[in-house]
Design a protein around this ligand. Sequence first.
Ligand code: PLP
Length: 448
Amino acid sequence: MRRGYGDAVAVTRAIELRTEIPGPRSREIIERKERVVADPLGVYLPIVIAQGNGAIVTDVDGNSFVDFTGGVGCLAVGHAHPRVVAAVQEQAARFLHTDFTIVPYEIYVEYSERLTALAPFSGPVKAAFFNAGTEAVENAVKFARGYTRRPAVIGFEGGFHGRTLLSLTLTSKTHPYKVGLGPFAPEVYRIPFPDEYRGITARDSLDALERALSTQVAAETVAAVVVEPVQGEGGFIPAPQEFLEGLRAICDREGILLVVDEVQTGFGRTGRMFAIEHYGVEPDLMTVAKSIAGGLPLSGVLGKAEIMDSLWDNAVGGTYVGNPVALAAAVAVLDVFEEEALLERAQQIGETVRARMLGWQGRFAAIGDVRGIGPMLAVEYVEDRETKEPAPGIASRVAEEAAVRGLLILKAGIHSNCNRVLCPLVITDAELEEGLAAWEEALEAVLA
Ligand code: PLP
């Protein structure tokens, strides 16, 4: 274990601000960026990192921040975890790349053994690895189409599955992701996702699915339903138990595969290794990425062996897929989860953050909802608790005010009116408290 999360009194503060935020060196680099980096790669917070350690980011001006963005949920084990760094260095010194299907390597097999043993499937499980979450989703659909010999895919309003053609088609947020970028892939259908806060029940969604199978797409042509157990970019909306059970039942009845997208929810983000474990619903296929490899690009599809084996040789793949350095990092990540009891830690973080958020909801009328599972928590801001009109401006201003107080935090939601927590699970109690205090001060500055 690196250190106890609750270790004695912090002698120094984690947050240390030495310049105005952003500092002069960050500003200078961002100005250079504007000249040579394409504009769509806009910078969310203009703070340029020099070094990351655990839950702390130090910028090029020497300022230290508590990081609740965690590389958009990729850093469950934190920035530059020593075990991950050592595994990467060791693997990089031996070989960087071959293409697993040309000159195979043991780390691919070893990690497949480790991960399939953890995966929430009852029978034999197989794995295939890719680079990004979007590739995992695209390939899961390939596996589903190959196995069922059916073309159609059903997704959900508010879902996010990536930004390449098929995954972007499944993604359900017009601005900024889709507007003007069509035409999109055919044979993708969409129904409402349950949203208790906005009055959409599990029954409403399941009824909409049943209706869609009569009015939009014949059940016998549907290969897969692709669902996030907790919508991530959509605003940390947990699927109700009844909804996932209902989806499973409809899929079983119609011979449709249930694909659970755990790209954001996986690897402890909800306090279990995979969010679907909270529900006891068995998927047919599962996609993973983000925190899988401690910040290196790696994604995977896991699934029932007979589905994963149904495609012919070379039907999936890619030059870089299942990179050995990323896989070495992924093995180290699993070791860290065991050695540092990160799932337990995740649950503790969840309890602390939820209690704090509920307190804020009691104080600030603009916080309409607090939701999530385990430490995957968000607050939703509204103009008015009655009308629930989304208040995206508040989420942006809170993120800005938090940054100048030393906390980096993201937005979420189809209206971008939530702030969400994706902190490293290795965050200490003291760092968590500093981060939450900075958030609270930001709320006071924006809402008081
Ligand atoms: N699926 C989910 C649930 C996600 O949250 C994301 C990214 O946020 C993706 C897929 C796409 O992953 P990537 O950005 O690595 O392509």
